[in-house]
Design a protein around this ligand. Structure first.
Ligand code: CUA
Length: 332
């Protein structure tokens, strides 16, 4: 059975309103292979519906038609029916093989990235995503990609198991701490799509969100050119505030005085901090920088050494911005 022809028929039969629209079972189909995945889903779905009705319907019909009508009635001896048995083995057999071949081909298509795909590295850590563009030396917290071009993601985790999931692209793969996993996709048109972490990874798993932002090739080129420096017309502490949120610092730290998994940073700058080893440290630029790059070096008393390092993820000017932001909420 040719899966392409089945695809085409089903595409016309069930997709109707075009591949980009979201439907009852599925979000919008925003990548090149999404509509194929959907068609396979609907093929299996309708197969299940049809056979359910057929089998349960026949069973119910026979149960009523051949019900025992008087207590002495005996079932007539049945010795089988070769034609019927062959039919009910062969027809589902062919359908199952069709589903296998279709599914396997779709899986291989999704697994093997085209040679000309753009490379992006994905880093997962509790509880945020970051994206490296090796060819441009850019690191971001949202995945920005050009439309109409294959993008290959090479993913790894700094700590526990996470899973990268973009429902609109029908793309999902585990992200592991000790091995690289890859996926690829080609976004059809400019737009925004949700990224989820879909493997329970601790306290803030449900907040481990990001976005894919699809731009036209032209806008993407402009965007990547503008990366790598902070806009100087905006105060440094404003950048700091943005980075503080984008990089997921807010998952553990507040500026309100309320402690989370980490200490509140309100009024800290310029104060003496008690450390877990009983010593004290002055909270200045150097201490804050050290705490971002090497968080377990000087752990504040009363807290666990659970903060991940941001080494290699924040540029110097971004660290400066964070320090300015913390300073602005300082005490002395
Ligand atoms: Cu990361 Cu759940």
């Amino acid at each position: 059975m040719n899966s392409l022809s089945v695809q085409t028929i089903l595409h016309q039969a069930v997709q109707g309103q075009g591949p980009a629209e979201g439907r009852f079972w599925m979000p919008p189909a925003a990548s090149t292979f999404a509509s194929n995945i959907d068609n396979l889903f609907y093929f299996i779905y309708w197969l299940a519906v049809i056979f359910f009705v057929l089998i349960i319907g026949t069973m119910a019909y026979f149960a009523i038609k051949y019900r025992r009508k008087d207590p002495n009635q005996r079932t007539s001896p049945i010795h089988g029916n070769h034609a019927l048995e062959l039919a009910w083995s062969a027809i589902p057999g062919v359908l199952l093989i069709a589903v296998f071949v279709w599914g396997f081909r779709a899986y291989m298509d999704m697994s093997v990235a085209p040679k000309d795909a753009m490379d992006i590295r994905v880093k997962a850590q509790m509880w945020n995503w970051s994206f490296d563009y090796p060819s441009a030396g850019v690191n971001t917290t949202e995945l920005v990609v050009p439309a109409g071009r294959p993008v290959k993601l090479t993913m790894s985790s700094k700590d526990v198991l996470h899973s990268f999931f973009v429902p609109d692209f029908r793309v999902k793969k585990d992200v592991l701490p000790n091995r690289y996993t890859t996926i690829w996709f080609e976004a059809i048109a400019p737009g925004e799509h949700q990224i989820f972490c879909t493997e329970y990874c601790g306290q803030n798993h449900s907040k481990m969100l990001s976005k894919v932002i699809v731009k036209s090739q032209e806008d993407f080129d402009k965007w990547i050119e503008g990366q790598g420096k902070l806009d100087e017309s905006i105060p440094l502490s404003e950048h700091g505030k943005r980075i503080f949120t984008e990089r997921g610092c807010t998952a553990c730290h507040t500026m309100t005085g309320q402690a989370g998994a980490g200490p509140s940073l309100k009024g800290k700058y310029g104060s003496q901090e008690n450390l877990a080893d009983g010593s004290q440290v002055l909270v200045d630029d150097n201490y804050i920088r050290e705490s971002i790059m090497d968080p377990t070096a000087k752990v504040v008393a009363g807290f666990q050494p659970v903060m991940p390092t941001f080494k290699g993820q924040l540029r110097d000017d971004e660290v400066d911005a964070l320090i300015e932001y913390i300073k602005e909420h300082g005490g002395q």
